[in-house]
Design a protein around this ligand. Structure first.
Ligand SMILES: *Cc1c(COP(=O)(O)O)cnc(C)c1O
Length: 394
């Protein structure tokens, strides 16, 4: 944990910030990057130092120069007061939720939340005596009708996982603040660069750093950033749960950060080009991308976000399973796989009707989530065009 006051970079643009945050070449014999500190035990030279509790590093689980560097960088980029790192994005979600709830509490969870977050609420939180109510992502200020005397927090994720509904975070946060509730946001789609939920009124912003921060599909990592009011809660949860990331993974997070801005720009332009191309295809019923004017939440995206990442969905017109398989099975550049945020292009079918409870998914055709990687758009279009050709022939 670090105070944002300790970090450099205030006043610089994000493009420059991502290069300089969390680095101290003078402290590393001139080497450009903060190295991987591996370690558990930290030695104290004297009894006085041991007892003073003033040594900056005391134990590997608590902090190393590597974890401190990435925490400081994310804190600054999210506009927060403190950050803790976790060994996965889901670990960040569960640690953040556990930081604020106790037995007898009630929480409000967006219906379009990342599915394993939902499973954590339905299994672990339920077992601990915490009740979850799922709400319509489009609820906005009508969230007020769901707040009970024991409601502790509201969890938002915008755009929603798989279905990309846009939430009015400021409207929700205003009501939550008036009722003294915490607002937690899963900000993974945006990374810390395209949206800052803390500036929109949330208390906590969560990243599956596995996705865009690491950016190369080679490590699992998560972060939880809190404002001043929430900082001690996340620090207490980190201490109590023994949450800490791997040293190598933390380094890969720092390394990914250096190219995050330039990668996101490519993800955005290629993602939008692919979304528009798909929207014009006769096989496609609709494309769900917040940066397209056809998206019902487009105005919220324009108001609250400074860009788009490379993840969106498309719903095809109904086709037999065999035809869908013909499309998916022989793609050359798009691969099927969970997760996203790396340089590679991905596609995965999904069916929200199987788990949503507060909203209904009425589309009839197969839904596909696309992650547009760093490949050239014309190559990706040719890959999908050939897939549609196979689909028609099946
Ligand atoms: C992937 C993801 C997570 C979980 O991250 P892991 O690192 O895979 O545990 C959490 N939230 C969202 C929105 C995600 O997409």
């Amino acid at each position: 944990m670090t105070n944002s006051d300790d970090t450099s970079g205030a006043g610089l643009t994000r493009q420059t910030k991502v290069l300089h945050l969390g680095r101290d070449p003078d402290g590393q014999n001139g080497f450009v990057n903060t190295p991987v500190y591996r370690g558990s035990t930290v030695l104290f030279p004297t009894l006085e130092r041991l007892k003073s509790r003033k040594q900056p590093f005391t134990y590997g689980r608590r902090a190393t120069p590597t974890t401190l560097a990435l925490e400081a960088a994310i804190t600054e980029l999210e506009g927060g007061s403190a950050t803790i790192l976790t060994s996965s994005g889901l670990g960040a979600v569960s640690t953040a939720l556990l930081a604020f709830v106790e037995a007898g509490d009630h929480i409000l969870m967006v219906d379009s939340v990342y599915q394993p977050t939902r499973a954590f609420c339905d299994n672990m939180l339920a077992r601990l005596g915490v009740e979850t109510t799922y709400y319509d992502p489009l609820i906005g200020e009508r969230i007020t009708g769901l707040i009970k005397s024991n409601t502790r927090l509201v969890f938002v994720e915008s755009p929603g996982s798989q279905t990309f509904e846009m939430q009015d975070i400021p409207a929700i946060a205003k009501i939550a603040q008036a009722k003294n509730l915490w607002v937690l946001a899963d900000n993974t789609w945006s990374s810390p660069l395209l949206c800052n939920p803390l500036r929109l009124g949330a208390d906590v912003s969560i990243q599956a750093a596995t996705k865009y921060i690491v950016g190369h599909a080679d490590a699992m990592l998560g972060s939880v950033t809190a404002n001043a009011r929430a900082a001690k809660y996340i620090d207490n949860a980190k201490e109590a749960l023994g949450t800490c990331p791997g040293s190598e993974e933390t380094y890969l997070g720092l390394r990914g950060l250096r190219t995050l801005d330039v990668r996101l720009q490519r993800h955005m332009t290629s993602g939008m080009a692919m979304a528009k191309w798909l929207e014009a295809r006769p096989e496609v019923a609709r494309v769900i991308h917040p940066a397209l004017p056809s998206h019902p939440g487009h105005d919220l995206w324009r108001r609250d976000f400074s860009g788009a990442s490379g993840l969106f969905a498309a719903v095809l017109k109904p086709v037999p399973e065999k035809a869908l398989a013909a499309f998916l099975d022989h793609l050359q550049l798009f691969a099927m796989g969970y997760s996203w945020g790396g340089y590679e292009s991905l596609v995965i079918p999904f069916d929200p009707s199987s788990y949503r409870t507060a909203t209904k998914w009425t589309d009839k055709g197969p839904a596909l989530r696309f992650h547009i990687g760093l490949d050239a758009v014309e190559d990706l279009q040719a890959d999908l065009a050939a897939g549609f050709e196979r689909m028609r022939g099946a």
